[in-house]
Design a protein around this ligand. Structure first.
Ligand code: ZN
Length: 450
């Protein structure tokens, strides 16, 4: 049997972990109930007033310091051991999608949790329950910010543009706003567990995500009688169709390695069928695995969209907004998490994720601090579809929270040694200042006259 300071510390840590798990087991029903309550009251980004209040009230009742109204609807609960050490952000997303037809959709707004974010709030609160245990708290240093962030889904662009014009937000993603407002200054490590639909019953870890920018496009033509005098009009819909065909003609130039995704939709196609359309709107993302590919594809898309205007004599306004940066997860932090996740569900049930072509503002966080975004594979149906359901709340809320919280214990126990080592070895691609200037550089608003 080994003795000495190292094995003593290890025993202490195992005691902390068992107290942590026990505290959660006593409140598992409550935590699952909160997630289901949020499922039944979905709210889309920057409109999460009920969800935000629920989280804020819970933080207050459980003795955390609370800040509300962060980035409009965000909430931060602070857990401070009172001893210096690493600062960890445990995050959850407040917002739903808009998927009318989902069985838990709001009948008025069509908002629905078709991406499982309600379970994230549950897993975030699970971490808090375990860490608030008195024995656990005594054994840790540093602090944890529980960040309930609004608006991860990059949707309702016109609404967000109006918030931007009012000065309520600058960026369209909640975590981006948290970064801008300075809440990641001094944060060393960040984590969030998303639900996933890989092999059921597993946790996924690692991988990476595409980044993206968003575009809103307006073709401006000239209305005229569609039957009697179309020669007097300029058809903005024809301009848009040529523009979209020209976008598709770029696809053979996309390199597989860049995992480019461009998927435009027409959000307005004309006003009345007997009038030549004079105002046609398009929204699109330009996604890729790396920023140079996003930028070069963005240029191609703009060039293609202009071709439609040129061909028909319309003009086109192209507004480009910063979207999300590609996500890169920290290998050293992954290994700490992997060990803890395996302690709950077994080695074979912790799987390695590949690159995914979806995007998240966790990507933005990952460019600034050491970050992981594991998945709890607890769902069925298509993500963002009407049939996406969390089936296994024990995995998505309780075990997901335990895996993160046990990782936090490893990082903050023993005087924060492991947390400091990981934070110290993380080579941040950019500082907060560099991040902000890079993001602002993506914004442009250009009108091309015929
Ligand atoms: Zn999501």
């Amino acid at each position: 049997m080994e003795t000495g300071p190292e094995s003593h510390a290890m025993t202490d840590r195992l005691d902390l972990k068992s107290s942590f798990n026990k505290a959660i087991n006593g409140r598992a029903d409550e935590l699952e109930r909160i997630a289901r309550d949020i499922l039944d009251h979905p709210e889309s980004g920057f409109r999460e007033t009920r969800t935000s209040k629920l989280v804020a009230d819970w933080f207050t009742e459980n003795g955390l310091d609370v800040q509300t109204g962060v980035a409009k609807t965000g909430v931060i609960g602070t857990y401070d051991t009172g001893r210096p050490g690493p600062h960890i952000a445990v995050m959850g997303e407040l917002d739903s999608l808009i998927v009318p037809g989902h069985s838990h959709a709001d009948p008025d707004t069509g908002a629905a949790h078709a991406c499982g974010h309600h379970a994230q709030i549950g897993s975030m609160l699970t971490v808090a329950v375990g860490l608030l245990d008195e024995t656990v708290k005594k054994g840790l240093v540093g602090k944890v910010s529980f960040m309930a962030a609004p608006a991860e889904e990059y949707i309702e662009l016109e609404y967000r543009e109006s918030l931007r014009e009012n000065g309520e937000i600058e960026f369209f993603g909640g975590k981006q706003e948290f970064i801008r407002l300075g809440f990641f200054e001094g944060v060393d490590i960040a984590m969030l567990t998303h639900t996933g639909s890989e092999t059921a019953g597993t946790f996924g870890i690692g991988g990476s995500n595409n980044g993206m920018i968003g575009k809103t496009v307006q073709y401006i033509g000239k209305a005229a009688h569609a039957g009697g005098s179309p020669h007097l009009g300029v058809n903005a819909l024809n301009a848009a169709q040529i523009g979209l065909a020209a976008v598709h003609a770029q696809r053979e130039t996309f390199r597989d390695a860049d995992t480019v995704r461009v998927h435009p939709i027409i959000t307005r196609g004309g006003s009345a069928v007997n009038s030549v359309p004079d105002d046609v709107r398009i929204e699109t993302y330009v996604r890729a695995s790396n920023v140079p590919a996003i930028l070069s594809t963005s240029e191609k898309v703009d060039r293609a969209l202009r071709a439609g205007a040129l061909a028909t004599g319309a003009s086109v306004r192209i507004q480009t907004n910063p979207g999300y940066l590609p996500a890169r997860y920290d290998e050293r932090l992954i290994e700490v998490y992997r060990h803890n996740a395996a302690s709950l569900i077994g080695d074979d049930n912790v799987i390695d994720l590949n690159h995914t072509t979806g995007c998240t503002d966790v990507g933005d966080v990952s460019q600034i601090v050491s970050t992981i975004q594991p998945t709890a594979n607890a769902t069925s149906g298509n993500g963002h579809g009407i049939d996406y359901m969390v089936d296994d709340y024990e995995l998505a809320v309780i075990k997901a929270g335990k895996a993160m919280g046990l990782t936090v214990i490893d990082l903050l126990a023993d005087n924060g040694e492991q947390g400091n080592r990981i934070a110290g070895s993380f080579n941040a691609p950019m500082t907060v200042g560099e991040y902000l200037s890079r993001m602002r550089g993506f914004r442009s608003d250009k009108t091309y006259e015929e």
